[in-house]
Structure formats: C-alpha cells, structure tokens
Design a protein around this ligand. Structure first.
Ligand code: NAI
Ligand code: ENO
Length: 366
C-alpha cells in the first residue's frame, strides 16, 4: 500500500468529485494521499462538510478548472448530474461510478447530450454502509474498475480515466455498458438479492438458531446489511438483466424443493447432489479463497476471550518470522473463545502450524 501512495499520480490536474458519500470520499482520500487537488461537492451540505473534515478534499471555488469530474451520486440522478457537469466544465473528462451503466448512458443519448468527453466507470468495490463516515482510502485496492468508452472517446480522455483507476489501485477493464450490466446482474445484483432474502429468514428465527450461526451463514449474508434506498435503484435500473438470472435460480430452487419433498423418490437424491456439485464447479471458477488462483494457506487459531490474545498471536507470528497476508476474526456472542483465521504463504504453512502448536496455541482447522 505504501508503494501505491508514494508513486506519483497518473491523473493530471484537479479532480472534482460530485457526491461526497462512500464512493466519492473514498476516491478523494486515496487521491489526496498522492497529492492530487480534490474538489468536493454534494447536494447535502452536511455530507460535504463531513467529507472535508475526514480529509477527502476541499470545497469548490468559483475559479476551479478541474481536468476530471467523478460523479458519485445515486444511480437515479447520475445522468442529470453528468449532463450538468459536462456543461459546467467544458475542458474536463467526466466519469461516474454508478453500479448500472446502460440506463444513464441511454438517458443521456435520448437527451441528445454530446458524450465525447463522458466515459462511464464502475469500481467493483464497496461497503454495505454509505456516507463519508464509511469512506476508506484502500477501498478499491486490487478490485476491477470497469471502463465503458466508445469509438469516439479521445485518447486523452481515456488516459485520464485509466490513470484515475490505476491511481486508486484498481485493475481497469474495458467493456460496453450492455456487457457490464449483464455481468453485474450475475456477480453483484443477484447475489445482493439472494443474501437479502436469505438473511430475511432470520428475522423471526428462534434465539437458539441464531446462537448456532457460524461463518458459513455470515459469509453468505454479509451484504444483506446494504442500503435499501440504493439497491432499489440498482435492481430497477438493471431489471432486464437480473430477471433471467433470477428465473434460472428459481427453476433450480424448484427442482431442489421438489426433490426434498420426498428424497426416497428415484432420482431425488441425485437432483440434490447435482445441485451441490454444480455449486462446487461454479465456486471453483472464482479467484480467491474457495476457488482457483488460491494464493494463501489458511490457519485457524483458537483464542481465549481475554485481552491481549490477538496481540500475543501477532507478536509470536512475528517472532517465528511469518508474515500475515490476511486476517479474519470470528467471535460469537456469549462464546468464551474466538477464532482468528490467518492467511499465510502456502510454503510456510506447516512450519507455522508446528511452531504455533509448540508454543501452546490451539489450531482449530488446517
Ligand atoms: N455503495 C457501494 O458499495 C457502491 C456504490 N457504487 C455507486 O456509487 C454511487 C454512490 O454510492 P455511495 O457512495 O454508496 O452513496 P452515498 O449515499 O454514500 O453517497 C452519495 C452522495 O451523493 C449525494 N447526492 C445525492 N444526489 C446528489 C446530487 N444531485 N448532486 C450532488 N450530490 C448528490 C448524497 O448527498 C450523498 O452524499 C452510486 O451510484 C452507486 O451505485 C458503486 C460501487 C459500490
Ligand atoms: O461489499 C461488497 O462485496 C460489494 O459487492 C459492494 C458493492 C456494491 C455495489 C456495487 O456496485 C459494487 C460493489
């Protein structure tokens, strides 16, 4: 991370950010760390002041002449703000980060707006809670940044948006607005709905069931804390692409329901096994923890629920010369132990387990 912030910024000139919430303030924080002049604007004066207080940028001045404008407002006002910013700053390239790309693009075309200086963007990174208060400079590190340009996009404009994406530590990926919306329907919009619908089943669950909830459920429902106001906009705007994914899911679910009505019926067990096996094949395609390109090995350490345990674990890992690549903590309310899942390089895993055990640490699952 220090390498990224110490490298000089690729984006040239001042960057104006409209919408100083989670995305806007996070972009501001990351670019300011590279010395970029960040101008913030927001329809809400209190959000604007908060983002400035957090160090995400400065208030706009009448003499501002930004070279890039990044629009980070809710999807349903994105097209209107793009149009206004293109008109207000005739030398700037204008981009936006809305989670849907086709609807704002179509709306602008229908209004006859000249889109030569507009390039749609979408960083595939976020958090469940919006607002500048949730902003983080490292929000985008290693995540894809979709860029939707067209044949008329000038090279200077593309290079500014690519520079912005690289300055934020993302991986720029070019695609059309149609492709983008079809892809995110599968990998972002449907998962949000499924997580929400599953988590909704917990609302009236018995307390005993809630106490048993483990990491599997938490992994599956994390994004269920997302804001309904934002998601109703995203899902309505992309309904045409989300619908076929949901219909396929509904048909697969109906098959499993039918098999579970009577698992003794010939073929029923196979339907259930096929559903789980198809999931194995799907998840194996994902880079990261459960799928291909798995970079790190996982060690789960049991921690007594008392002060200093985590610090002691870190210190001892340092003493045995092991770098922590990633870390996840799990602590169920009422339990007097916690679990620290430490990711290390695969080649040091066995040595780490042996050294930790010889020092008295309990390894839960290797
Ligand atoms: N939340 C997430 O995880 C992600 C969100 N996005 C996209 O980023 C955009 C912003 O989302 P968040 O930062 O999460 O929302 P947010 O609610 O944290 O921030 C949006 C900000 O826009 C301001 N705003 C609303 N209308 C405005 C207008 N007409 N002019 C100026 N400011 C206005 C609001 O006052 C608010 O401060 C959305 O289009 C969303 O689809 C993209 C990737 C991830
Ligand atoms: O929290 C996560 O994992 C997300 O996937 C957040 C997110 C929400 C909306 C987007 O358009 C992109 C990313």
């Amino acid at each position: 991370m220090s390498d990224l912030s110490s490298a000089p910024a690729r984006v040239q000139g001042s960057v104006r950010i409209v919408g100083a919430g989670l995305l806007g303030a996070s972009i501001g924080l990351a670019l300011r760390a590279k010395g970029v002049d960040i101008i913030l604007d927001d329809a809400s004066p209190s959000q604007l002041r908060l983002a400035i207080d957090y160090g995400a940028g400065r208030a706009a001045e009448p003499t501002d002449d930004p070279s890039v404008v990044v629009i980070c407002v809710p999807p349903d006002v994105t097209a209107r703000v793009i149009e206004a910013e293109l008109a207000a700053f005739p030398r700037a390239v204008v981009t936006d980060v809305a989670s849907v790309k086709l609807e704002p693009y179509r709306a602008l075309l229908e209004r006859g707006v000249d889109l030569t200086r507009y390039i749609g963007s979408h960083p595939l990174a976020g958090r469940e809670r919006g607002g500048a208060i949730s902003a983080r400079a490292d929000l985008f590190l290693g995540r894809p940044w979709v860029i939707c340009r067209d044949a008329e996009t000038p090279a200077w404009a593309l290079s500014q948006v690519e520079g912005l994406a690289l300055d934020l530590g993302t991986i720029p990926m070019e695609m059309t607005p149609d492709e983008h919306d079809r892809f995110v329907a599968l990998v972002s919009h449907t998962p949000q709905l499924v997580a929400s619908l599953l988590a909704a089943q917990l609302q009236d669950a018995e307390e005993g069931a809630i106490q048993l909830a483990g990491q599997g459920l938490r992994d599956t429902v994390r994004i269920a804390s997302s804001a309904p106001e934002l998601w109703v906009q995203i899902l309505s705007a992309n309904h045409a692409e989300v619908l076929p994914v949901l219909e396929q899911l509904s048909s697969d679910l109906a098959s499993v329901i039918s098999a579970l009505r009577d698992p003794e019926v010939p073929g029923a067990r196979r339907t259930i096994a096929d559903a789980i096996a198809a999931g194995n094949t799907g998840v194996a395609r994902l880079p990261g923890k459960h799928g291909q390109n798995r970079r790190f090995a996982s060690i789960v350490v049991l921690l007594d629920d008392r002060p200093g345990q985590l610090g002691a674990l870190f210190t001892e890992l340092g003493e045995i010369g092991v770098n922590i690549e990633d870390l996840r903590l799990e602590h169920s309310p009422g339990a007097n132990i916690g679990l620290a899942e430490v990711q290390v390089l695969p080649e040091v895993k066995q040595r780490t387990v042996d050294d930790l055990e010889s020092r008295g640490w309990r390894i839960a699952e290797v």
